[in-house]
Design a protein around this ligand. Sequence first.
Ligand code: ZN
Ligand code: ZN
Length: 428
Amino acid sequence: MEKKRNNKKKCGGSKKKKTTSDQSDAIKSITDWLFVGSSSSPPPDDFAVTINTASLRRGEKLVFELHSHSNRSDGFLSPSKLVQRAHTNGVKVLSLTDHDTMAGIPEAVEAARRFGIKIIPGIEISTLFRVESGSEEPVHILAYYGASGPAMYDELENFLGKIREGRFVRGREMVSKLNKLKVPLKWEHVTRIAGEDVAPGRMHVARALLEGGYVENLRQAFTKYLHDDGPAYATGSEPKSEEAVRLICKTGGVAVLAHPWALKDHVSVIRRLKDAGLHGVEVYRSDGKLEVFSELADTYSLLKLGGSDYHGKGGRNESELGSVNLPVKALQDFLKVGRPIWCEAIKATMRTFLEQPSDSNLSNILRFDRARILKGSSSWSCGGELMDRCLAIWLTNDERENDEFEALRLKLSCVFISSKGSCVTVGA
Ligand SMILES: [Zn+2]
Ligand SMILES: [Zn+2]
């Protein structure tokens, strides 16, 4: 008995050693990415993200928050306030994943710079999954992009715009269903809560119900009226889940299935979306890892991710921003899949600009970090310089050393750009 125990101890010990060295490799690969474009190298750049290397060396945790919402969709906090809260909670990398919009990303990037946080531009896309029997189930798909944002931005924005328009129709339908249920809620109340230019969602209807005194709390608004198949539930004009996954892949994003535990038939959703190109699935929550989904992720070779889905509602039922503990291995795997995809997205965006050096294609390059990219450029500069500036902010040295980038850079030298970020025609 005693001997057996000793053996076990020995075995456990060596395993631990291996784990520790894997762990430090993983941490190194994550921090290499984390420090891309940071201000550690001269010249000092007051626009750079300054990550506190010393604290990380002391073994401070690498907190990634990969699922959060701002008031650009149905969250309560502005993108800046959300970033501030993330910082307070020790988050180092934050993905803002508003429903069907990237409108909050530039503000988040700007705020993140002040707090030394890195932003992963994200979206949570509302889709419908059609089961063989013909019934439909709402499925949310997260998209994670690199610092440069999506390639073919216009196509993606067009796709998202249609979903947002559908949300207005759907919101009105939910209100009219409520009215038929003798709840005299007004549509104007919903849009007032959503705010200007924000596509209304179920959460806005729920808040209006609460403010109007028709329910006791937000939870009740959902359990009584608004849950999937609820008496006041309505669908909008969401695209098919597979279509969204394919578009995320095409535009240089990492596609991850959100909260699969909320699905009726999660196995067929995962199976069919994997065929469409899905990269990962949420399996971690603030209460830990969900074994069922972790095993499914293994079966279909999918990344295992997760986030708090923080909306800033307050209340005891909400998971706090940064409260999901993602193992470094999961983060390492995520970046291993994501970084080459994001690199290709940069090439595609640059190629599009080279083929058609228009102001709108230029603004797609400058979309999320305009001030920093243009900072320090003289009255006008050439496309090659712009590309150097972008790559220095977005990529590591290794990623930058690439023949395709070099070829693009040479060709772009003939394109001229003003310091305000518009194309300048020279000669002609
Ligand atoms: Zn939401
Ligand atoms: Zn969400």
